[in-house]
Design a protein around this ligand. Structure first.
Ligand SMILES: Nc1ccn([C@@H]2O[C@H](COP(=O)(O)OP(=O)(O)OP(=O)(O)O)[C@@H](O)[C@H]2O)c(=O)n1
Ligand SMILES: C[C@](O)(CO)[C@H](O)COP(=O)(O)O
Length: 223
Protein backbone atom coordinates (compact mmCIF):
# COMPACT_ATOMS: atom_id res chain seq x y z
CA UNK A 1 0.00 0.00 0.00
CA UNK A 2 1.17 3.49 -0.83
CA UNK A 3 -0.20 6.37 1.26
CA UNK A 4 -0.24 9.32 -1.15
CA UNK A 5 -2.88 11.58 0.34
CA UNK A 6 -0.50 14.15 1.82
CA UNK A 7 -0.27 17.83 0.89
CA UNK A 8 3.49 18.20 0.71
CA UNK A 9 3.37 21.46 2.66
CA UNK A 10 7.09 21.40 3.45
CA UNK A 11 7.94 21.28 -0.26
CA UNK A 12 5.48 24.08 -0.96
CA UNK A 13 4.94 23.39 -4.68
CA UNK A 14 1.95 24.22 -6.87
CA UNK A 15 0.62 20.69 -6.25
CA UNK A 16 1.20 17.94 -3.68
CA UNK A 17 4.82 16.78 -3.80
CA UNK A 18 3.92 13.28 -5.04
CA UNK A 19 2.84 14.89 -8.32
CA UNK A 20 5.86 17.17 -8.73
CA UNK A 21 8.34 16.13 -11.43
CA UNK A 22 11.30 13.96 -10.56
CA UNK A 23 13.52 13.23 -13.55
CA UNK A 24 10.65 14.49 -15.74
CA UNK A 25 7.86 12.33 -14.30
CA UNK A 26 5.67 12.58 -11.19
CA UNK A 27 7.43 11.35 -8.06
CA UNK A 28 4.52 9.01 -7.31
CA UNK A 29 4.94 7.13 -10.60
CA UNK A 30 8.58 6.37 -9.78
CA UNK A 31 7.51 4.94 -6.41
CA UNK A 32 4.69 2.85 -7.88
CA UNK A 33 6.90 1.47 -10.65
CA UNK A 34 9.67 0.54 -8.25
CA UNK A 35 7.23 -1.36 -6.03
CA UNK A 36 5.32 -2.99 -8.89
CA UNK A 37 8.57 -4.21 -10.43
CA UNK A 38 9.31 -6.24 -7.30
CA UNK A 39 8.42 -9.89 -8.00
CA UNK A 40 6.90 -10.50 -4.55
CA UNK A 41 4.54 -7.53 -4.59
CA UNK A 42 1.17 -8.69 -5.93
CA UNK A 43 -0.61 -5.37 -6.41
CA UNK A 44 -0.81 -1.77 -5.26
CA UNK A 45 -3.36 0.11 -3.17
CA UNK A 46 -2.83 3.90 -3.36
CA UNK A 47 -4.61 6.25 -0.97
CA UNK A 48 -5.42 9.64 -2.46
CA UNK A 49 -6.79 12.81 -0.92
CA UNK A 50 -10.51 13.39 -1.44
CA UNK A 51 -9.80 16.42 -3.64
CA UNK A 52 -6.91 14.89 -5.60
CA UNK A 53 -6.97 16.39 -9.09
CA UNK A 54 -3.75 14.86 -10.39
CA UNK A 55 -4.12 11.07 -10.16
CA UNK A 56 -3.47 9.71 -13.69
CA UNK A 57 -6.22 7.09 -13.39
CA UNK A 58 -4.03 4.08 -13.99
CA UNK A 59 -5.36 0.67 -12.97
CA UNK A 60 -2.22 -1.36 -13.62
CA UNK A 61 1.51 -0.91 -13.28
CA UNK A 62 4.09 -3.41 -14.57
CA UNK A 63 1.20 -5.85 -15.05
CA UNK A 64 0.07 -5.60 -11.39
CA UNK A 65 -3.37 -4.22 -10.40
CA UNK A 66 -3.48 -0.70 -9.00
CA UNK A 67 -6.45 0.22 -6.79
CA UNK A 68 -7.18 3.50 -5.05
CA UNK A 69 -8.97 4.56 -1.88
CA UNK A 70 -9.68 7.94 -0.34
CA UNK A 71 -7.22 8.74 2.46
CA UNK A 72 -7.71 10.86 5.55
CA UNK A 73 -6.45 13.87 7.46
CA UNK A 74 -3.24 12.22 8.71
CA UNK A 75 -1.08 9.43 7.35
CA UNK A 76 -2.46 6.96 9.90
CA UNK A 77 -6.03 7.64 8.68
CA UNK A 78 -4.92 7.14 5.09
CA UNK A 79 -3.26 3.81 5.88
CA UNK A 80 -6.32 2.58 7.76
CA UNK A 81 -8.57 3.57 4.84
CA UNK A 82 -6.28 1.72 2.43
CA UNK A 83 -6.32 -1.42 4.58
CA UNK A 84 -10.12 -1.36 4.67
CA UNK A 85 -10.29 -1.03 0.88
CA UNK A 86 -7.98 -3.96 0.11
CA UNK A 87 -9.72 -6.72 -1.85
CA UNK A 88 -11.00 -9.81 -0.02
CA UNK A 89 -8.25 -11.82 -1.70
CA UNK A 90 -5.86 -10.22 0.82
CA UNK A 91 -6.53 -12.28 3.94
CA UNK A 92 -6.43 -11.04 7.51
CA UNK A 93 -3.17 -12.88 8.12
CA UNK A 94 -1.52 -11.85 4.85
CA UNK A 95 1.35 -9.41 5.10
CA UNK A 96 0.87 -5.93 3.68
CA UNK A 97 3.76 -3.59 2.91
CA UNK A 98 3.10 0.09 3.55
CA UNK A 99 5.46 2.40 1.66
CA UNK A 100 5.48 6.22 1.53
CA UNK A 101 4.76 7.70 -1.89
CA UNK A 102 7.55 10.11 -0.98
CA UNK A 103 10.27 7.39 -0.93
CA UNK A 104 10.96 6.62 -4.61
CA UNK A 105 14.51 5.30 -4.10
CA UNK A 106 13.86 2.14 -2.09
CA UNK A 107 16.09 -0.75 -3.15
CA UNK A 108 14.67 -4.14 -4.14
CA UNK A 109 17.39 -5.85 -2.10
CA UNK A 110 16.08 -4.06 1.01
CA UNK A 111 12.49 -5.11 0.25
CA UNK A 112 13.74 -8.70 -0.15
CA UNK A 113 15.48 -8.57 3.23
CA UNK A 114 12.42 -7.03 4.90
CA UNK A 115 10.10 -9.71 3.52
CA UNK A 116 12.47 -12.50 4.48
CA UNK A 117 13.39 -11.34 7.98
CA UNK A 118 10.22 -9.57 9.17
CA UNK A 119 8.07 -12.21 7.49
CA UNK A 120 9.66 -14.82 9.73
CA UNK A 121 8.33 -12.84 12.71
CA UNK A 122 5.21 -10.76 13.24
CA UNK A 123 6.38 -8.00 10.92
CA UNK A 124 8.86 -5.16 10.92
CA UNK A 125 10.26 -2.20 9.08
CA UNK A 126 13.27 -0.94 7.19
CA UNK A 127 15.33 1.36 9.37
CA UNK A 128 18.89 2.51 9.97
CA UNK A 129 20.83 2.83 13.20
CA UNK A 130 21.82 6.37 14.12
CA UNK A 131 25.34 7.24 12.96
CA UNK A 132 25.74 10.72 14.39
CA UNK A 133 26.10 11.93 17.95
CA UNK A 134 22.63 12.72 19.26
CA UNK A 135 21.98 16.01 21.06
CA UNK A 136 19.07 17.13 23.21
CA UNK A 137 18.18 20.80 22.66
CA UNK A 138 16.62 23.35 24.98
CA UNK A 139 13.95 25.83 23.88
CA UNK A 140 16.67 28.20 22.57
CA UNK A 141 18.28 25.63 20.30
CA UNK A 142 21.27 25.06 22.57
CA UNK A 143 22.64 21.61 23.25
CA UNK A 144 22.02 20.61 26.85
CA UNK A 145 22.95 16.93 26.76
CA UNK A 146 24.33 14.14 24.61
CA UNK A 147 21.93 11.22 24.41
CA UNK A 148 22.95 7.57 24.10
CA UNK A 149 22.53 6.54 20.48
CA UNK A 150 23.21 2.81 20.68
CA UNK A 151 19.52 1.91 20.79
CA UNK A 152 18.21 4.62 18.41
CA UNK A 153 17.15 3.89 14.84
CA UNK A 154 15.61 6.00 12.06
CA UNK A 155 12.39 4.46 10.75
CA UNK A 156 11.97 4.09 6.98
CA UNK A 157 9.39 2.34 4.85
CA UNK A 158 8.26 -0.18 3.69
CA UNK A 159 6.82 -1.38 6.97
CA UNK A 160 5.27 -4.82 6.83
CA UNK A 161 2.55 -6.27 9.05
CA UNK A 162 -0.37 -8.65 8.78
CA UNK A 163 -3.50 -6.97 7.44
CA UNK A 164 -5.72 -7.85 10.44
CA UNK A 165 -3.13 -7.06 13.12
CA UNK A 166 -2.27 -3.69 11.61
CA UNK A 167 -5.92 -2.75 11.15
CA UNK A 168 -6.64 -3.61 14.79
CA UNK A 169 -3.56 -1.73 16.03
CA UNK A 170 -4.32 1.45 14.07
CA UNK A 171 -7.99 1.35 15.08
CA UNK A 172 -7.10 0.95 18.77
CA UNK A 173 -4.53 3.75 18.61
CA UNK A 174 -7.00 6.17 17.02
CA UNK A 175 -9.70 5.22 19.54
CA UNK A 176 -7.18 5.98 22.31
CA UNK A 177 -6.63 9.44 20.83
CA UNK A 178 -3.22 8.65 19.30
CA UNK A 179 -2.24 9.13 15.68
CA UNK A 180 0.77 6.90 15.08
CA UNK A 181 3.36 8.44 12.74
CA UNK A 182 4.18 5.01 11.34
CA UNK A 183 2.76 1.48 11.32
CA UNK A 184 5.42 0.21 13.72
CA UNK A 185 4.29 2.76 16.31
CA UNK A 186 0.72 1.45 16.12
CA UNK A 187 2.01 -2.10 16.53
CA UNK A 188 4.26 -1.09 19.46
CA UNK A 189 1.26 0.51 21.19
CA UNK A 190 -0.57 -2.79 20.71
CA UNK A 191 2.26 -4.60 22.47
CA UNK A 192 4.10 -5.98 19.42
CA UNK A 193 7.85 -5.68 18.87
CA UNK A 194 8.39 -4.95 15.15
CA UNK A 195 11.71 -6.16 13.79
CA UNK A 196 14.13 -3.41 12.72
CA UNK A 197 15.63 -4.53 9.41
CA UNK A 198 18.62 -2.42 8.39
CA UNK A 199 18.10 -0.72 5.05
CA UNK A 200 20.12 1.62 2.85
CA UNK A 201 20.45 5.21 4.06
CA UNK A 202 19.49 6.46 0.59
CA UNK A 203 15.84 5.42 1.04
CA UNK A 204 15.19 9.14 1.23
CA UNK A 205 11.77 10.56 2.14
CA UNK A 206 11.39 13.54 -0.21
CA UNK A 207 10.36 16.19 2.29
CA UNK A 208 11.70 19.56 1.11
CA UNK A 209 12.22 21.12 -2.33
CA UNK A 210 15.97 20.50 -2.04
CA UNK A 211 15.37 16.75 -1.69
CA UNK A 212 14.21 16.49 -5.32
CA UNK A 213 17.73 17.03 -6.68
CA UNK A 214 19.15 14.41 -4.33
CA UNK A 215 16.37 11.91 -5.12
CA UNK A 216 16.93 12.43 -8.85
CA UNK A 217 20.63 11.68 -8.45
CA UNK A 218 19.89 8.61 -6.33
CA UNK A 219 17.40 7.31 -8.89
CA UNK A 220 20.07 7.66 -11.57
CA UNK A 221 22.38 5.47 -9.49
CA UNK A 222 19.69 2.82 -8.96
CA UNK A 223 18.42 2.56 -12.53
N1 LIG B 1 -3.02 12.63 5.40
C1 LIG B 1 -1.95 12.05 4.85
C2 LIG B 1 -0.65 12.56 5.07
C3 LIG B 1 0.42 11.93 4.45
N2 LIG B 1 0.21 10.88 3.64
C4 LIG B 1 1.32 10.27 2.93
O1 LIG B 1 2.28 9.77 3.85
C5 LIG B 1 3.58 9.82 3.29
C6 LIG B 1 4.58 10.42 4.27
O2 LIG B 1 4.14 11.72 4.62
P1 LIG B 1 4.98 13.06 4.44
O3 LIG B 1 6.28 12.79 3.76
O4 LIG B 1 5.00 13.77 5.73
O5 LIG B 1 4.09 13.81 3.35
P2 LIG B 1 3.13 15.06 3.49
O6 LIG B 1 2.20 14.89 4.65
O7 LIG B 1 2.52 15.25 2.15
O8 LIG B 1 4.19 16.23 3.76
P3 LIG B 1 4.01 17.55 4.63
O9 LIG B 1 4.02 17.10 6.08
O10 LIG B 1 5.21 18.39 4.26
O11 LIG B 1 2.71 18.21 4.23
C7 LIG B 1 3.48 10.60 1.99
O12 LIG B 1 3.60 9.71 0.91
C8 LIG B 1 2.11 11.25 2.07
O13 LIG B 1 1.48 11.44 0.80
C9 LIG B 1 -1.08 10.37 3.45
O14 LIG B 1 -1.26 9.40 2.72
N3 LIG B 1 -2.14 10.97 4.07
C1 LIG C 1 6.50 6.68 8.08
C2 LIG C 1 7.73 7.56 8.08
O1 LIG C 1 8.25 7.65 6.77
C3 LIG C 1 8.78 6.91 8.94
O2 LIG C 1 9.93 7.68 8.98
C4 LIG C 1 7.42 8.95 8.55
O3 LIG C 1 7.02 8.94 9.89
C5 LIG C 1 6.37 9.64 7.68
O4 LIG C 1 6.50 11.01 7.75
P1 LIG C 1 5.54 11.96 8.58
O5 LIG C 1 6.13 13.32 8.41
O6 LIG C 1 5.59 11.47 9.99
O7 LIG C 1 4.19 11.80 7.93
Amino acid sequence: MVPAAGRGTRVGGDRPKQYLPLAGRPLLLHTLERLAAHPRIAGLMVTLSADDGHWPGIDACAGKPVRTAVGGAERCHSVLAGLAALPASVGETDFVLVHDAARPCVRHADIDRLIERAGAQEGGLLAAPLRDTLKRADAWGRSVATEPRETRWRAFTPQMFRRGALTAALTAALQAGQCPTDEAMAMELAGARPLLVEGAEDNLKVTTAADFALAEWLLGQLN
